[in-house]
Design a protein. Structure first.
Ligand code: URP
Ligand code: ZN
Ligand code: ZN
Ligand code: ZN
Length: 478
C-alpha cells in the first residue's frame, strides 16, 4: 500500500473551498489537513511514498457520470464505446465513476440483461462502475426480479414512456413498477416523452417529405416531454415512489418538476451538457460539405436538443442554480456517423439516438463556472456530490474526506482545453459533438482509488482498474 500527499491545492466541496493537504493511504483518503501539517512532529512530505504538488489547482472529488450507455443496442446497432474505451475516455475527462444502464429489452428477461451487462463490464473498466437497471418489459417476472435488485447493489431502475416496441412501458406497467419502487426504496428513473404520440407526429412529418435530422427535434416536441413528465409525476405521487427524470431538456418539463417539488414530492431532475449548450437550430439543422443535411444526425438524441429561440438552454442553466434540476450527467451514447448515424439517411426515425460526451462533462460544466452561470461549489455538487448521494454512494464517492475512496482530480483553472476529435478525444467515435469548444480550465491529474491514472497528458491506468460498485439506496431521500 503506498501513501501520497497532495499538497498546496484548494480542496473544493459542494459547500466550500479550503487550502488543504490531502493524505491518501492505499485506495482511501486518510486525512484532509491544514497545509504543511506535521504528524507527531514529523514532516509528512518526508514520510509518504509520493508528494503531488497541487499549488494553484483545485482538488475535487472525481466526477460521477450517473447516466451512460456503453454498447447500448439501439436501432439495429450498438453504441460505439465499449466499457474499455468509454471508461478510459471518462478518466481522461476527470470522471472516476460511471453508472451505466443494464438493459432488459421488451420480450427479454431482466435477470439475463443484468448478467449480460456484468459480463460486458467485468475486467474492462478504467474507472469504477455501477449499474441502473433498464426495465423494458414490466411483467410479474420482472417485478419479482426488481425486488432483488437492491441486494445486488442496484438501487435504481429506468422506465421508458418513449420507444414503443423496444423499451416502452404503458401507464399500467409504470404504475406497477412504481409500486415496487415505493415498497423497496428503489429509485424510479424515467425517460419522459410521450412515445406513441411522437411516433404519429414523426410518421406525418416523413409523409410530408420532412425527413432530415432537424425534424427529429420537431417530432419530439416539448409538449410531448411536458405531458410525459407530468404523467410520471402524478403516477409517482399516487404510488408514493421517488422519481428521477433523466435527460430533461424542455423548460416546460423543468416547470413540472419545480411544481412537484414545491408540493413536497420527492421528484428530481437531471440534465446534460447538450441541453445547456446546443440547440435545434444550430446543431440538428446543421449541414456540412461532408455529410450534407445528415450532419445534424451527430446531435440526434432523445429528448432532443431544443430551440434556442424558445429559451430552453438559458432556463436549464437557471434551473441548475435554483436546484430545480439537481444533477448533470452525459447520457453518453455515442454512435459513429459512418455505418451508424448513416442508417438514418433519408429518414430521421432510423438515426440511432445518442451523443458522446463522457470525456467532456467536467470541462463543459467548469466553463459554466468561468462564465458565471454556476459557482465552483455547485460545479462539484452537480457533477459528483449529488450523483453520489442520489444513487447511494455518498461517503465513499463524491467527497474528499477521511474514509472516502481516493478518487481525486487536480483541475487547473489556469489551464486550457480545446475540445475536438483531433485534440481531447478518446471516445470511440469518428466525430465530436463538441468540436471547437474551448474550456478555460484543464484536467491535469486523475487519481482513482489511490492510483494516478491520468497525469500531465499521459494515461497511466489499465483496463480492470475499475471495479463494480455495489450501491445502497438513495441518500437523497428523506
Ligand atoms: O438519445 C438517447 N438519449 N439515447 C440513449 C437512450 C436513452 O433514452 O437514454
Ligand atoms: Zn432515455
Ligand atoms: Zn440514456
Ligand atoms: Zn495544467
Amino acid at each position: 500500500m503506498s501513501t501520497t500527499l497532495i499538497t498546496g491545492g484548494t480542496v473544493v466541496s459542494s459547500t466550500g473551498r479550503v487550502l488543504a493537504d490531502v493524505l491518501v493511504d492505499g485506495e482511501t483518503i486518510r486525512a484532509v489537513l491544514e497545509p504543511g501539517s506535521t504528524l507527531l512532529g514529523h514532516d509528512l512530505t518526508g514520510s509518504v511514498d509520493r508528494v503531488i504538488d497541487a499549488t494553484g489547482r483545485y482538488v475535487i472529488p472525481g466526477g460521477i457520470d450517473a447516466h451512460t450507455h456503453m454498447q447500448l443496442p439501439f436501432g439495429g446497432t450498438f453504441a460505439s464505446d465499449t466499457f474499455e474505451t468509454g471508461t478510459r475516455a471518462a478518466a481522461w475527462g476527470g470522471t472516476t465513476t460511471i453508472v451505466d444502464f443494464a438493459v432488459q429489452k421488451t420480450g427479454e428477461r431482466l435477470q439475463d440483461g443484468l448478467a449480460a451487462w456484468h459480463e460486458l463490464a467485468a475486467g474492462e473498466c478504467a474507472v469504477d462502475y455501477g449499474f441502473h437497471q433498464i426495465v423494458g418489459g414490466v411483467d410479474d417476472d420482472s417485478l419479482r426480479a426488481m425486488r432483488g435488485l437492491v441486494d445486488e447493489g442496484i438501487s435504481s431502475f429506468k422506465l421508458f414512456m418513449a420507444y414503443p416496441g423496444v423499451f416502452y412501458s404503458d401507464d399500467a406497467q409504470i404504475l406497477k413498477a412504481m409500486q415496487v419502487s415505493a415498497e423497496t426504496g428503489l429509485m424510479t428513473m424515467m425517460h419522459a416523452e410521450n412515445g406513441p404520440a411522437i411516433d404519429v407526429i414523426a410518421e406525418q412529418l416523413v409523409a410530408q417529405g420532412r425527413q432530415g435530422p432537424y425534424f427529429h427535434g420537431i417530432a419530439r416536441a416539448w409538449q410531448m416531454e411536458e405531458e410525459a413528465t407530468h404523467r410520471a409525476i402524478m403516477l409517482a405521487n399516487y404510488a408514493g415512489a421517488p422519481l428521477y427524470v433523466v435527460h430533461v431538456s424542455a423548460k416546460q418539463a423543468v416547470q413540472q418538476l419545480a411544481w412537484a417539488r414545491d408540493q413536497g414530492q420527492q421528484v428530481f431532475g437531471e440534465t446534460c451538457p447538450q441541453y445547456l449548450y446546443l440547440s435545434l437550430e444550430e446543431q440538428l439543422g446543421a449541414t456540412s460539405a461532408e455529410w450534407g443535411e445528415l450532419e445534424g444526425a451527430k446531435w440526434v438524441c432523445s429528448t432532443p436538443l431544443r430551440s434556442r429561440e424558445e429559451g430552453h438552454q438559458d432556463h436549464m442553466w437557471q434551473a441548475l442554480r435554483t436546484n430545480d434540476i439537481q444533477m448533470v450527467s452525459t447520457d453518453h451514447c455515442p454512435f459513429c456517423m459512418k455505418d451508424q448515424k448513416e442508417l438514418g439517411r433519408g429518414d430521421f426515425r432510423a438515426i440511432p439516438n445518442g451523443i458522446g460526451s463522457i470525456e467532456h462533462r467536467m470541462d463543459l460544466m467548469y466553463q459554466g463556472v468561468v462564465t458565471g452561470r454556476i459557482t465552483l461549489e455547485r460545479w462539484v455538487e452537480l457533477t459528483s456530490t449529488t450523483p453520489a448521494r442520489m444513487f447511494g454512494m455518498h461517503g465513499r464517492k463524491g467527497v474528499i474526506q477521511p474514509g472516502a475512496d481516493a478518487d481525486i482530480v487536480l483541475y487547473d483553472p489556469n489551464g486550457h482545453t480545446s475540445i475536438g476529435l483531433e485534440k481531447t478525444h478518446h471516445m470511440n467515435m469518428d466525430h465530436s459533438a463538441w468540436e471547437g469548444y474551448e474550456i478555460d480550465g484543464h484536467v491535469d491529474t486523475v487519481m482513482a482509488r489511490g492510483k494516478v491514472i491520468v497525469d500531465d497528458g499521459a494515461y497511466l491506468g489499465a483496463k480492470g482498474d475499475g471495479r463494480f460498485v455495489k450501491r445502497g439506496l438513495s441518500q437523497y431521500l428523506a
